[in-house]
Design a protein around this ligand. Structure first.
Ligand code: PMP
Length: 306
């Protein structure tokens, strides 16, 4: 028996007992929404922003979350405490719930809410020091008219196809291009589960969210931090060529945090080492992750030792 507790439909159950119906439309059709969140030293980083995005995703797919934001906030904190965790990754899932075999969501009467908290490091420490090798792939980002990239739905096949291409190409992560979006197609959008930034002549660039990229919580945090330290940030479309000739490239996301990219499609970026701007922003990011959010153990704050 593991010691891990999972929140599943109104109760905490052991990991082994955390089972859902094969008739759940989340399983059958990817019908549901989710958030990936991190807790740092007892602080659930940007929990409000994640809950806001969860409710927006649910609103968009007409899924009624059976809790208020405040209730979900308490449940997330409770899941962290129940597992005696201080630093971990949290997965919050709301699926459409069990229905019949047809796709009609009206047959699903009880959405399921699941919260999992556990340790997660997406890449080994070594890659955070050295930087990633990345490739661009042929799979395009979902067109917003088909399935908006702003909906963090359980249907992640677009992203999984990108990851498969990255694996086939022997790179750590891959970049998706857009497909006839707001502007002409072929602009860089984002990675399979992260947003992209490039630095050129000291200016920081990231694709605008209308260009088929998820509006990442980490992305917004990095933009705010960069502006606070007087970097110029431009949210404009750019091509693979712009990425190849950048001085620095880095990715951001809750799971990956902030990680440098040192090679794209075989082109070495800058001097092939994590750049100064990236490192500066990473340092500043690490300073705020333990304070900018919701404290799980306020009474213990001073005595917490990881
Ligand atoms: N893009 C995609 C497709 C993602 O899945 C994620 C992870 N949620 C991100 C970007 C980064 O978003 P965030 O910083 O909110 O985790």
């Amino acid at each position: 028996m593991s010691n891990q507790w999972i929140y599943l439909n109104n109760q905490f159950v052991k990991k082994e007992d955390a089972l859902v119906s094969v008739y759940d439309h989340g399983f059958l059709y990817g019908d549901g929404v989710f958030e990936g969140i991190r807790v740092y030293d007892g602080n659930v980083f940007k929990l409000e922003e994640h809950l806001e995005r969860l409710f927006q995703s649910a609103q968009s797919i007409m899924l009624k979350i059976p809790y208020t934001k405040e209730e979900l906030q308490d449940l997330v904190v409770e899941t962290v405490r129940k597992n005696d965790l201080r630093s971990a990754y949290i997965r919050l899932i709301v699926s459409r719930g069990p229905g019949n075999l047809g796709i009609d969501p009206e047959t699903c009467l009880h959405p399921q809410v699941i919260i999992i908290a556990e340790k997660l490091a997406l890449f080994p420490d070594e890659l955070y020091e050295k930087g990633l090798k990345v490739g661009s792939v042929s799979t395009r980002r979902n067109h917003p008219d088909v399935l908006s990239p702003q909906i963090k739905s359980l249907n992640y096949l677009n992203n999984i196809l990108v990851k498969i291409e990255a694996n086939q190409a022997g790179v750590h992560e891959a970049l998706m291009l857009n497909d006839e979006g707001y502007v002409d197609e072929g602009y860089v959008t984002e990675g399979s589960t992260d947003n992209i930034f490039i630095v050129k002549d000291g200016v920081i660039y990231t694709p605008p969210v209308y260009l088929e990229a998820l509006e990442g919580v980490t992305r917004n945090t990095i933009i705010n931090l960069a502006q606070k330290f007087n970097y110029e940030v431009r949210e404009v479309p750019f091509t693979r060529h712009d990425v190849y000739i950048a001085e620095e490239v880095f990715l951001t996301g809750t799971a990956v945090e902030v990680i440098s990219v040192i090679e794209v499609d075989g082109r070495i970026i800058g001097d092939g080492k994590p750049g100064k701007v990236t490192q500066h922003l990473l340092e500043e990011f690490r300073k705020i992750v333990t304070v900018d959010g919701v404290q799980c153990y306020p009474e213990l704050k001073d005595s917490i030792v990881e």
